[in-house]
Design a protein around this ligand. Sequence first.
Ligand SMILES: [Zn+2]
Length: 386
Amino acid sequence: MEADRHRLELGSASAAPGTVDRGWLDVADLPTGTPERLPVIVANGADPGPTLWLTGGVHGDEATGIAVVLETMDALADDPEALASLAGAVVAVPVVSPAGLRRNARHTYYDDEDPNRYFPDADATSARPPKLQERIDARLYGAIVGEGDAGSDPADAVAADALIDCHTAGVDSEPFAIRDRVLYGDRRSESAAEALATELESVVDAFGFPTLTEYPAAEYVEENLQRSLAGAVLNEAGIPAFTAELGSHSVVDDRLVAGGVAGAFAVAVERGLLAPDDVPARVGEPAEHVDEVPVDYPVRRYRGPTTETSGLVRHRVDAGESFAEGDVLADVVSATGEQQETIRADHDGYAISRREGLAVYEGDPIASLAVRDDGDLVVPREDGED
Ligand SMILES: [Zn+2]
């Protein structure tokens, strides 16, 4: 055993080298007298190496993401040989939002807001003191980047070298991984941003899911996505981190669980935590569980096109189908069946998911799409601000 490999601690979990331990990380006190605590699982390798973080359940209804984190850790814990050959550590927080899980909902009941928009951003200013969700997010972020008093000793023992945040998207959504654009400016130089974007690309590629580049910078910052868990770890801390979208919310999709577990192990191999031969035998390749992308050009996320009329939306393109600019994507009809509007594609691309719900109002986007993208992967932060 390497002399400098020591016990890893996070909250009440304490893993000696070559072992897995499970515990709880207290992040707040509840009015009812119990702590709000996050479940944590630490797999500590026998040899030194990088630390990979897996998070899920930032949105409490995103069941498949939680299952991917739990099953990845089970695959490691159940395989003594894999654990013995692990160089570094895998740290998991399967349920980042217990308050969302309690009500099987995307939002918590603290403030009925999206918990995935309150991670730290030094450029975010508010006249008010941070509310509970923002404080919880900051405490978890502190543990991820090795700052603060989240229970680790030494403080940097479990700091992330890479992070996968496991989510799900709309009903009947295609699975994908989101590659955020790397912002430069006060935080880092353009060349440092390029180096980080290159590192991020190899991590996302290893995961093996179809990759969508995130929204353009202005929309990214307008939507506060730099304050999502992966967005903050990437753009605030400069650590390669991405969001995996594992199909539909609310019901576990076992095929995509298998794909996500395979992807997490592929990232562990890419980061040097495991040799390919040391991946547990029950874990396959991501490609066995994920369909091939129907287009051969780079794509980005796009919410649209939007309707100009209110009515009932009838989709003409299914999730996973490709289309060209000008193709009909949907019709809007009245409740008496009369044609109101034909909605055509304003880009080339393929459909990720149709909008949930039959009713649309003017200005509503009708789908989540992957559209052709030749945009820059590193962008000045100023582009994203007013
Ligand atoms: Zn989510």
